[in-house]
Each structure stands twice: as C-alpha cells, then as structure tokens.
Design a protein around this ligand. Structure first.
Ligand code: ADP
Ligand code: CDP
Ligand code: MG
Length: 209
C-alpha cells in the first residue's frame, strides 16, 4: 500500500515539476460525439486524444486486477473511482512525448474533478462542451455498433441520469469560472467540426502572437 502511494506521489511531482502540459477537457453526454470530434482535432491541431472510457476499457482487456470492478461499473453506467481513472490518465500523459492533450469523458463528477486537480495540479485551458439532446444521443448510441456492453437501452438510460446528476454540475463549475466553450453537437459531424475549428484556430493564433 505504502509503495503504491509513493508511486502516485512521484508521478504527480513529475507532472508538476518537469512536464508542463496544455489540457482541454472534452465533456458532453454519452453519444454527443466527443470521440468523433477529438479524432478531427488531433488530425488538425496536434493534440493527443486521451479518452477516459477507452483507457478504462483497455485496462479491462489487459487483465488488470481492477478489470472486473471496472467492467461491472461500465455495464451499470456508474463512474469508476477517481484514483483508478486518474492513474491511467497520468501514466498516459507521462508516457507521451506530446504536451497538448484532449481529455475526453473526464472529469465526469465532482470527485473526478477535485481529485485530478489535487493530484496533478493541472488546470484545464478550457472545457469543450458538446451540447446535444437525449433523443439524438440515444439514437446515435443504439447505432454505434462498437460492441460495447453499455450501448443498450437499459444502460443508456442510466448513463443519461448519471450525466445529468453528476457530470453537468462539473460543466456548471467550469461555467462559473468562464472556462466553457459550448458547441451545438446536434448538428451533422462536418458542421460541428466547423464550429470547433473556430475555437482551436484562435488558440493557435494566440500561441504564435
Ligand atoms: N454530429 C453527429 N451526427 C450524427 N452522428 C454522429 C455525430 N457525431 C458522432 N456521431 C456518431 O454517433 C456515435 C457516437 O459518437 P461518439 O463520438 O462515439 O460519441 P461520444 O464519445 O460522445 O459517446 C458514433 O457512432 C458516431 O459515428
Ligand atoms: N471519467 C470516467 C469516464 C468513463 N467512465 C466509465 O466508462 C463509461 C464509458 O465512458 P465513455 O467516455 O467511453 O462513454 P461515451 O460518453 O464516449 O459514450 C462510463 O459510462 C463510465 O462507466 C468512468 O467511470 N469515469
Ligand atoms: Mg466516447
């Protein structure tokens, strides 16, 4: 137990000390198009995409001792304890040579948010929020066809409830800090990306100014 705590401490000190990173949190309901648009942003703006859900699914596949717990939580649409997800994100950030990250699907509740800030000291540049109504998100999830255990109507309903009760308050927190850039995510994929481009292009020109 002692050594695991030590290891976490070392990583966070590295993150604070050596590695300076730019982080954008990409938030929005299940099926709002976060993963789809992150791929577009990566292609055009040189960010690395870290999806919390993908990291958790990879952890299940790797046969980790937490695998069964993570699998059960995903099946139920529940949020995995922060320490597990943050560890995966920290490792991914440190293993990557890039210093610009899109963190997709995290923080999903207040516990995620507060623990990440405390452990890593990272404050997001801004939050890209995908605004979409449930009927559209439900339609997309039921057609996603990625063989996910949580893309069934029963789990989808639970995920929507968790989103409204636990994840939207995180968006409101960042809203109160003036950090939210809201996108109308109900539009077709290319139109959503046009709106995203406006945001990321102005970021680029700020850097070179
Ligand atoms: N703007 C959009 N219009 C229609 N379908 C979309 C749009 N954005 C994404 N999709 C589709 O909806 C599904 C969910 O998208 P995804 O990017 O995985 O969302 P999220 O990561 O927010 O759950 C995918 O099958 C994707 O191809
Ligand atoms: N920060 C996070 C992100 C995802 N997850 C879990 O992983 C599931 C899938 O997350 P995801 O981001 O891949 O889902 P989408 O919003 O992309 O559909 C969530 O419903 C949670 O069970 C979590 O516990 N904590
Ligand atoms: Mg996703």
């Amino acid at each position: 137990m002692g050594s695991a705590t030590e290891a976490t401490k070392d990583i966070s000190e590295n993150l604070l000390g050596d590695k300076k990173v730019t982080v954008v949190f990409v938030l929005g309901g299940p099926g709002s198009g976060k993963g789809t648009q992150c791929a577009n942003i990566v292609e055009h703006y040189g960010f690395t995409h870290l999806s919390a859900g993908d990291l958790l699914r990879a952890e299940i596949k790797s046969g980790s001792e937490n695998g069964t717990m993570i699998q059960n939580m995903i099946k139920e649409g529940k949020i995995v304890p922060s320490e597990v997800t943050i560890k995966l994100l920290q490792t991914a950030i440190l293993e990557n040579g890039n210093d610009k990250f899109l963190i997709d699907g995290f923080p999903r509740n207040e516990e995620n948010r507060a623990a990440f800030e405390r452990v890593t000291g990272i404050v997001p540049e801004f939050v890209l929020f995908f605004d979409c109504y449930e009927e559209e998100m439900e339609r997309r999830l039921l057609e996603r066809n990625q063989g996910r255990v949580d893309d069934n109507i029963e789990t989808i309903k639970k995920r929507f409830k968790v989103f409204v009760e636990s994840s939207l308050p995180v968006v409101e927190h960042y809203e109160s800090l003036g950090k939210v850039k809201r996108i109308d995510a109900a539009k077709p994929i290319p139109e959503v990306f046009e709106d995203i481009k406006v945001i990321f292009s102005s970021l680029d020109s700020k850097e070179t100014a």
